[in-house]
Design a protein around this ligand. Sequence first.
Ligand SMILES: [Zn+2]
Ligand SMILES: [Zn+2]
Length: 345
Amino acid sequence: MKAFVYRGPGKKALEERPKPGIMAPTDAIIKIVKTTICGTDLHILKGDVPTCQPGRILGHEGVGIVDKVGPAVTAFKPGDRVLISCVSACGKCSYCRKQMYSHCTTGGWILGNSIDGTQAEFVRTPYADTSLYPIPEGADEEALVMLSDILPTGFECGVLNGKVQPGSTVAIVGSGPVGLAALLTAQFFSPAEIIMIDLDDNRLEMAKRFGATASVNSADGKALETVMKMTGNRGVDTAIEAVGIPATFELCEKIVAPGGTIANIGVHGQQVALHLECLWDRNISITTRLVDTATIPMLFKTVASRKIDPKRLITHRFKLDRILDAYDTFGNAAKTKALKVIIEA
Ligand SMILES: [Zn+2]
Ligand SMILES: [Zn+2]
């Protein structure tokens, strides 16, 4: 089968690989129908994710058709159409019992990381019963690819942890796919204001179309002053960090109002200053989370009923044999205006 393989920092290749087989009784083999590329895959390619070793097939998102199941799999059978969660969950360990699947002691985010992933014709998914979701007849599979990772990430780490409420004021720092996923799902709770902050005017334009009430281009270094002016000098109730660099987290520390919440989504590879000297008396909360994908069943229903349309995040489509072009397009988003790219196997 064809597979996209990480070959060490800065190196990648589309290779011929043997089709995966069942290794544990709880496994399933899925024939990939559609997958996508995540910002995390770009981090891996740079060499930023040490758990992912050269030779690994990347990808942790996708929909497909069950090809084979292990003898212990009871919820799925060959021919079933399924959504693959980016997080594998045994369903039995103490973290899984708390719905903290991201910290499953024998699972978590392993697909396309410590085991081979979905950017291939076939993938082996561990703990199939508790890590796959059935796709109902007639569902829009492209929209559902957004449910493997980015939609639950924006919703769980940003919106739920950030305690977005009716009438509240929200700022989302970072208007990439995950920031936009937070923007889409924040609207479940009807906040009064959603201010989107980014350096890229195209992405801010998208954010406006996705329901942002205001946008701030932070390139002039005056985002703090602008947000304070917009909020009557009060700041925001929820500041969602969706970039993962020190400057954006520190901006959240400055724009959060007393009693507010800073909800971090970004993957941070560098030390960030915590300004407790400014925050100690402001009754704020800071939250962190790795996506658990515990909200996939609920998000499924909101997509089916068209409360949200995550398909709007898709800007480009490629066949699997053109995945190198797909990476170039996704990796040069400022130029190509790419958000999510769909790859058809
Ligand atoms: Zn991801
Ligand atoms: Zn577990």
